[in-house]
Design a protein around this ligand. Structure first.
Ligand code: CP
Length: 309
């Protein structure tokens, strides 16, 4: 039962609960009209303390497509945060007006912290610093399910900024709960997967490399990521590492015919535009999956998942 629960990191939900969200997302994709009024009379608060395109727009589109409404900000300077109001007081106030809240914040742990202040309103973490991004994980799982037939038994290459990439941290920990997953972590040595995540994996289930060309032919899924400029202390270091990997047509020629290329987006330079037309490139389809899976999540957390046909 997911009604009333918070989603701060994917580990908050059992795999069966995650699968039930996927199933509902499938139903919504098949019959969107049947769900177009299930959130009538409900309000979603959208609190973005950090920039976003996909997460914010897809959450807002999701709530509107379920028949609900939205309040919120994408610039905290337009709220009383700019007068020094604490996050706790902000959440206690917003809970007076809304049924569910989505929060993105640059500081790790913020979503968990504010969830302690919300007594009746589910809190969804839309990304907290370099820590977790659980709804991107739901998006990724729905994409894998749709374009690879299920989430078990894949060789998954994860490439780019594995140190700061919160979508990667959430995804790897979650895929590790499925059967038969082998990871190949591809990064410069400065941006390796953090030890605390490697320690959670079976040592036989992953290997690390700096060379994408060497391994691309083995992969069922290639998950690309951008180098996270906003998390670097040194601009010089960012500039040195930002173009370490660029996936182009030449590299794609070495990949399996049924490999899929995923990316949480935004893309900067790490996938050449020429790859976009390759049928294996699913990153914009992935962004669309994000809206459907967030529709399913909102409906589940509000307990309104029965369609209105
Ligand atoms: N994938 C993702 O979180 O994108 P945004 O930063 O645009 O929300």
């Amino acid at each position: 039962m997911l009604k009333g629960r918070h989603l701060i990191e994917p580990g908050d939900f059992q795999i069966e609960e995650i699968e039930s969200i996927m199933q509902l997302a499938d139903n919504i994709i098949t019959n969107p009209k049947g769900y177009s009024l299930v959130c009538k009379g409900k309000l979603l608060a959208s609190l973005f303390y950090e920039p976003s395109t996909r997460t914010r727009f897809s959450f807002e589109a999701a709530m509107l497509r379920l028949g609900g409404e939205i309040i919120g900000f994408d610039d905290p300077n337009n709220s009383s945060v700019s007068k020094g109001e604490s996050l706790g007081d902000t959440i206690r106030t917003i809970e007076c007006y809304s049924d569910i809240a989505v929060i993105r914040h640059p500081r790790e742990g913020t979503a968990r912290l504010v969830s302690k202040f919300a007594k009746e309103m589910p809190i969804i973490n839309a990304g907290d610093g370099g820590h977790e991004h659980p709804t991107q994980t739901l998006t990724d799982l729905l994409t894998i399910r749709k374009y690879k037939g299920g989430c078990d038994n894949h060789v998954v290459g994860v490439c780019g900024d594995l140190l700061f990439g919160r979508t990667i941290h959430s995804l790897v920990k979650t895929l590790n709960r499925y059967e038969g997953i082998t990871f190949i972590f591809i990064s410069p040595k400065e941006l390796k997967m953090p030890e605390n995540i490697l320690h959670q994996l079976n040592p036989d289930s992953y290997r690390e490399t700096t060379n994408l060309d060497d391994v691309i032919g083995e992969l069922d899924i290639l998950y690309m990521s951008r180098v996270q400029r906003e998390r670097f202390v040194s601009e010089e270091e960012y500039l040195r590492l930002k173009d370490y990997y660029i996936l182009d047509k030449k590299k794609m020629r070495k990949a399996k015919e049924d490999m899929i290329v995923m990316h949480p987006l935004p893309r900067v330079n790490e996938i050449a535009i020429e790859v976009d037309d390759d049928p294996r490139a699913v990153y914009f389809k992935q962004a669309k999956c994000g809206m459907y899976v967030r529709m399913a999540l909102i409906a589940k957390l509000l307990g309104v998942e029965d369609n209105n046909d």
